[in-house]
Design a protein around this ligand. Structure first.
Ligand SMILES: *Cc1c(COP(=O)(O)O)cnc(C)c1O
Length: 400
């Protein structure tokens, strides 16, 4: 399969993922880094230690993972947190009362809730703007704007936002404004925001990075030593740290990230192309399709798209319900990025908390279905979708 004109993958990604953290253990020669569960570390007569003091402030298994995360994004520093939202909480805590955040409007629900219901109470106000409209973004930068929060592609509408253009505009206004990109949907295999001017890359490792639907964790990757110092302080001082067992699981998962993402990318694109031709499908929202409104921006900053995309069908809620309940290989569930395929209805599930008029304005209707294409055989996934369409739309005929 050709690369469709997407950005070329940097050589060495899989090698970096695999080589990072496998220096054989100095005592045993073990190639897999051991899981260190100890919360206490013997010190030399004070004040002396070997870099480890206490389990919250530092842990070798966590450091092994953080090193790998940094190198995959081409960054200097990586930090991990007990969840994606834990990472976001820590990043937002870099700000102070009176500071302002400018954020993408089509955004992960939990991030939206954190900005509106928690940061707001601490005097940090957020303005939500459609970042595909750059003039709107520029107009919304205020004197006290300290952080730009970008999610691209957005969820569940898969809008693509131009990271380097935004960086340029923002840094012209004020170099001190921090640009954060939530890269959960793509992983560094498909997009490396630091290369496009971002200051911090944020992840929910719960999704593709761990990829096996068995760990909740978050991360931040950056190049700036000052940001790293302040964020590492918050990680330890606020205590939002992951467990060594979970760090081990994510480290192990990253060894196959390149292989997994390549398959998610290929399979989802094949399914999206199949859907385009389906008589009951009216729109396919996938950045890899030339019909996508920001396909050219996608090609400029991504090496391809992952397994999450949405589509619209020609009917309404009843057909969506029937379609979702008829699926046999896809599981009806929220979340994304695992090896197993999932399908969901954003209007009643992941985005139910978005007010109805705002949902209508954004285009999150009852005929919009989101898929997370997993690693099963593509033919089986297509056959499953095909039979579910048949059942869902047959039902209507029987009723008529
Ligand atoms: C899941 C998710 C988060 C939150 O991460 P958790 O690990 O669930 O806390 C943030 N951003 C995006 C895009 C997500 O999909």
């Amino acid at each position: 399969m050709d690369d469709q004109g997407f950005l070329k993958q940097k050589p060495g990604f899989a090698t970096t993922a695999i080589r990072s953290g496998i220096e054989p253990d100095k005592y045993s020669g073990a190639v897999v880094a051991p899981i260190v569960t100890s919360t206490i570390f013997k010190q030399q007569p004070p004040p002396g230690h070997k870099g480890f003091i206490y389990g919250r402030s530092g842990n070798p298994t966590r450091y092994t993972l953080q090193e790998c995360l940094a190198s995959l994004d081409g960054g200097k520093y990586g930090l991990t947190f007990s969840s994606g939202l834990g990472a976001t909480t820590s990043i937002v805590s870099l700000l102070s009362n009176g500071d302002h955040i400018l954020s993408s409007d089509d955004l992960y629900g939990g991030t939206n809730r954190l900005f509106r219901q928690i940061a707001e109470r601490f005097g940090i106000h957020t303005t939500f703007v459609d970042f595909t409209k750059l003039e709107m973004l520029e107009k919304s930068i205020k004197e006290n704007t300290k952080m730009i929060w970008i999610e691209t592609p957005t969820n569940p509408l898969l809008k693509v936002v131009d990271i380097s253009e935004i960086s340029k505009i923002v840094k012209q206004h004020n170099k001190e404004i921090m640009i954060v990109v939530d890269n959960t949907f793509l992983t560094p295999y498909l997009q490396r925001p630091l290369d496009h001017g971002a200051d911090v890359v944020m992840y929910s490792l719960t999704k593709y990075m761990n990829g096996h639907s068995d760990v909740v964790m978050g991360a931040a990757v950056m190049n700036d030593v000052e940001i790293e110092k302040r964020l590492r302080f918050l990680q330890v001082a606020m205590g939002i740290v992951p467990s060594p067992m979970d760090c081990y699981l994510v480290s192990r998962s990253l060894k196959t990230l390149a292989l997994r993402m390549e398959q998610h990318k290929k399979s989802a694109l094949m399914i999206a192309e199949w859907m385009l031709k389906h008589p009951k499908v009216t729109e396919v929202l996938h950045p890899g399709l030339p019909s996508h409104p920001q396909h050219n921006i996608a090609k400029k900053q991504m090496t391809g798209h992952s397994g999450v995309f949405s589509f619209r069908h020609s009917r309404g809620l009843k057909e969506s319900r029937k379609f979702l309940s008829s699926l046999k290989v896809f599981t009806l569930a929220e979340s994304l990025g695992g090896y197993e395929s999932l399908a969901e209805l954003p209007s009643l599930m992941t985005h139910a908390s978005v007010p109805e008029d705002q949902r209508a304005e954004l285009g999150i209707t009852d005929a919009l279905v989101r898929l997370s294409v997993g690693l099963e055989d593509t033919e089986d996934l297509i056959a499953d979708l095909d039979q579910a369409f048949t059942v869902a739309f047959q039902q209507r005929i029987l009723e008529l």
